[in-house]
Design a binder for this molecule. Structure first.
Ligand code: SF4
Length: 500
């Protein structure tokens, strides 16, 4: 909120005169006021404009009146049909079903990461390998989804460690999909250290999208991700370069097809915002997701080393985003993923279907996680909690589950209700409610309740302040920044990764 020298704004959300404003929510950001309506239309006003709006002192014909009318914010002109269509478009995912199916093909991993969210197992823990029989049952369930789209994502541990099951899943799913007829994709999240030419050939031939983890420059990456006998960063960088070269050799557009990487922001990352962004650019990544560390897995044990106050995270985010915008203005294309998710909702009125930032959330109704032992979870984080001794989000077993019964499970009902921000007492008055989302697994882990208390949630803090940063930048009206933001909201084609 703005400084104390400013007179306070109204706290009510409808016009005192009852004449002008439709139902709106608002929030003061850096001297401006962001106003949103029920269906997620957005307008940024000066304090004076906002005051006149809520006091009903804007006359028809004034530019501001027309601006508000265009945004469906005037009671006298409120277009219910348009609002319903916009609301429906934003919640298109409610007509589908789970499209992301996470296969934890092993817990074994050859790297030891200080924050490992998955609670990796040592390399001799072969009992944590998914068997082909369990994998087939998981594929059968995944292809029963009511969604026309199915993405099977290989996770771990390190999925390359149980590569025979990866190969089996790809072949089996392709075969079974001849009857299921889904738009099928495969992705793999791998540290790349167990990659070899033969495995890469299989992944390329079968159009498996490859994503890896990069924590930043080598000095940071290697301190946090230990690879016995070598530099994890050097190995990862070498394979990123090799895979990107292979895409070019296949005639694919390198701006669309290249290895992307995931960042985990720890305390040691915070002062290195520039080095981290530079590393991503140097590796050829076009996206960087400045995610804070999560409270799952080993990150709980090592929180004294990896955690930080979220105000410090936001200072990091601001500096990194400013630098990313500066690079883009110089023609170096790199997109920050948090910003892109929120901006797509704010500027396009569309939902990019990022499962952790939508309402209701993607847990169960957008994603299912299949553990190596056959356990089915509402989300990957639910599976991570299982490894920490908490089975709250377990909803079945692939050997016995029937698809329909999974969705009648009380936990599924609970996560859908809990992640619906329309019912959350803190969110109903928040201007960012149409764009936001809070995963119940995070609230459950950090606050002991799936429904959560956003005002005390670190995730709410991060979401709110990132949206503040974006609104602040939009309010500044810089044409270059606006053009970069618009570009980040375009959905990039990835036909190559769709199975024929
Ligand atoms: S989670 Fe926080 S930022 Fe998001 S809508 Fe709720 S109160 Fe607003």
């Amino acid at each position: 909120m703005s400084g104390a020298e400013q007179p306070p704004l109204f706290t009510t959300i409808t016009s005192p005169s009852g004449r002008l404003a439709a139902f709106v929510r608002f929030r003061e950001v850096a001297g401006h006021v962001v106003v949103t309506n029920l269906e997620g239309e957005l307008v940024i006003l000066t304090r004076d404009e906002f005051r006149r709006f809520v006091e009903g002192r804007i006359e028809p014909g004034e530019p501001l009146y027309e601006r508000l009318r265009e945004r469906n914010m005037l009671r006298a002109h409120y277009d219910v049909r348009r609002a319903a269509e916009a609301w429906r478009a934003r919640r298109f995912f409610l007509d589908a079903g789970p499209n992301l199916h996470i296969f934890v093909v092993t817990l074994r991993c050859n790297e030891t990461c200080v924050y490992c969210h998955a609670s990796r197992a040592p390399m001799d823990a072969t009992h944590t390998d998914m068997t082909p029989e369990i994998a087939e049952k998981a594929v059968d369930l995944a292809l029963r989804t009511t969604s026309p789209y199915v993405t099977i994502e290989f996770q771990g541990g390190e999925p390359l460690v149980n590569f025979p099951v990866v190969e089996h899943v790809v072949r089996y799913a392709r075969e079974r999909n001849r009857r299921a007829g889904k738009v099928l994709e495969f992705t793999m999240v791998t540290n790349l250290s167990c990659m070899d030419e033969e495995r890469l050939r299989f992944l390329l031939d079968n159009r498996v999208q490859i994503c890896t983890s990069v924590d930043g420059p080598a000095v940071l990456h290697d301190r946090q991700r230990k690879l016995p006998g070598g530099s994890a960063h050097a190995v990862t960088a070498q394979w990123i370069e090799r895979i990107n070269r292979a895409y070019v050799e296949m005639g694919l557009d390198p701006s669309l097809y290249h290895v992307e990487a995931l960042l985990t922001t720890t305390r040691e990352t915070l002062p290195l915002w520039k080095e981290v962004v530079d590393t991503y650019v140097a590796l050829g990544c076009r996206t960087i997701f400045l995610r804070p560390v999560d409270p799952f897995g080993f990150a709980q044990r090592t929180s004294g080393r990896v955690e930080y106050p979220r105000a410090e995270y936001m200072a990091f985010y601001r500096k990194a985003l400013d630098y990313i915008l500066e690079l883009n203005a110089r023609g170096i294309e790199i997109m920050e993923r948090y910003a892109a998710i929120f901006l797509t909702k704010m500027l396009r009125g569309q939902d990019p279907n990022f499962l952790d930032i939508r309402s209701p959330g993607g847990q169960a109704i957008g994603v299912l996680a299949y553990n190596y032992d056959g356990g089915i979870y509402t989300c990957d984080e639910g599976r991570m909690l299982h490894e920490m001794g908490d089975d709250t989000f377990r909803i079945g077993d692939v050997r016995t589950a029937r698809y329909r019964d999974l969705f009648r499970h009380p936990t599924v009902r609970a996560v859908v209700l809990a992640s619906n921000l329309d019912q959350n007492p803190d969110c109903v008055c928040c201007a960012y409610q149409p764009f936001c989302g809070l995963p119940p697994s995070h609230a459950h882990k950090t606050q002991g309740t799936m429904f959560g208390r956003p005002r005390e949630s670190t995730l709410c803090y991060v979401h709110k302040h990132i949206q503040d940063v974006l609104i602040e930048k939009l309010a500044q009206g810089d044409a270059t920044t606006r053009a970069i933001f618009e570009r980040w909201t375009t959905i990039r084609p990835r036909e190559h990764f769709l199975q024929s």
